[in-house]
Design a protein around this ligand. Structure first.
Ligand SMILES: [Zn+2]
Length: 308
C-alpha cells in the first residue's frame, strides 16, 4: 500500500483534503445554526432564513457559492453571515494541515496515515463546531464532547501512539481539575464559577486525544489567550464609555450598573462574560499543529535563561 503514496502526487491529497474539509465545514455550519435551536441536522434541507426558498445544490457549494452570490440569497437577496464562508474556509485549511501531518508525513503505511487523518480531522472539526456554538450560546454540546472522549480513548488504544491507559487517566484528570479548580474552587473564592461544566468535559476530551502533556498545554494556552482577550475587551469597553452596551456583557438586569459611581476595573472584568470553550479549542488546535515546536522553544528559552 505504501506504493499508493508513490503513485499519487502530494497535491492530489492536498486538493482532496481542501474539498473534504470545506464540505465538512458546510455541515459544521448546519450544526452551529441548528443545535442551539434543538433542530435536526438532517431535515429540513438548507433554506434561506428570510424567504424560506430551499437552497439548490449548485448554490450550496462550500466557499464558492458564497463568493459567487456575494453572500446573498439568489431569490430575495437577503445577506448571509460571512461566518458560513469563514467556517468552511477554516476547516478546508485545517484539513490540509492535518493531511500534511498524517498521510503526507511518511506514515508506516497508507492505512495508518489515512486512519490518523480521519481521527485528527474529526477532532479538529469537533473543536471548530463546539467553539462556534459556545461563542454564541455559552454552551458546549455533550453530543460532541461525550463521543469525542470515547473516540479519543479508542483511537489511542488501537491506532495512535498513547495506548489506552494514559488517555483514560488524562480524560478523568482533565475533568476533575476543571471541576475542582476552575468551577468549585473559583466559585468558593469569587462567588461565581470561572468555567462551565462543558469546559470540564471538553478538557476530558483533550485528555482522551492528547494525553496529559497535550491537555495541559491546551489548558494553559487557552486560559492565557482567554485572559488576553478579556483584558482587551475591558480596555475597549472602558474607552467606549459607560452607555454603550458591551457585546459580551452579562445581562443581569442590574439597574444601578451605570449609576452613581464608576465600577472598578475588576468588577468590570468579572462582568465581561467570555466563553472559555473557543479559547480551549484554540489551544488544542495550536498544540496539535505546533505544540512540540512551542514547548521546545520554551524549554530552550528557560535553559538559556538559567545559563546552560
Ligand atoms: Zn432568500
Amino acid at each position: 500500500m505504501q506504493a499508493l503514496l508513490e503513485i499519487v502526487p502530494a497535491w492530489q491529497f492536498i486538493a482532496f483534503a481542501a474539498v473534504f474539509g470545506a464540505m465538512w465545514g458546510s455541515f459544521a455550519n448546519v450544526v452551529i445554526v441548528r443545535w442551539p435551536l434543538e433542530m435536526s441536522v438532517v431535515r429540513p434541507a438548507s433554506h434561506c432564513i428570510s424567504c424560506k426558498t430551499p437552497i439548490r445544490f449548485y448554490d450550496n457549494i462550500p466557499v464558492l457559492s458564497y463568493l459567487l452570490l456575494r453572500g446573498k440569497c439568489r431569490h430575495c437577496k437577503a445577506s448571509f453571515s460571512p461566518r458560513y464562508m469563514v467556517v468552511e474556509l477554516a476547516l478546508a485549511l485545517l484539513a490540509v494541515g492535518v493531511m500534511r501531518l498524517t498521510i503526507l508525513n511518511d506514515p508506516p503505511s497508507f492505512q495508518q496515515g489515512a486512519a490518523e487523518f480521519f481521527i485528527w480531522f474529526s477532532f479538529v472539526w469537533a473543536l471548530v463546531t463546539l467553539g462556534m456554538i459556545d461563542l454564541e450560546t455559552y454552551l458546549i454540546p455533550d453530543a460532541i464532547t461525550y463521543p469525542g472522549i470515547v473516540v479519543g480513548i479508542a483511537a489511542n488504544a488501537f491506532i495512535l501512539e498513547l495506548g489506552w491507559m494514559e488517555p483514560l487517566i488524562a480524560a478523568a484528570g482533565g475533568f476533575v481539575v476543571i471541576r475542582l479548580l476552575f468551577i468549585d474552587g473559583y466559585k468558593f473564592l469569587t462567588g461565581k464559577p470561572g468555567m462551565g461544566e462543558g469546559d470540564a468535559k471538553l478538557m476530558a476530551m483533550f485528555g482522551a486525544f492528547f494525553g496529559i502533556k497535550g491537555a495541559m498545554f491546551a489548558l494553559f494556552a487557552g486560559a492565557f489567550q482567554g485572559l488576553i482577550a478579556g483584558i482587551v475587551m475591558v480596555a475597549v469597553r472602558r474607552r467606549g464609555g459607560g452607555d454603550s452596551e458591551p457585546v459580551f456583557a452579562e445581562d443581569d438586569g442590574d439597574p444601578d450598573e451605570d449609576g452613581e459611581h464608576e465600577t472598578t476595573q475588576e468588577t468590570r472584568f468579572r462582568k465581561a462574560k467570555i466563553p472559555f470553550g473557543p479559547f480551549l479549542a484554540l489551544g488544542a488546535i495550536e498544540y496539535f499543529f505546533m505544540g512540540n515546536a512551542i514547548l521546545d522553544a520554551y524549554l530552550d528559552g528557560i535553559a538559556r535563561l538559567i545559563g546552560f
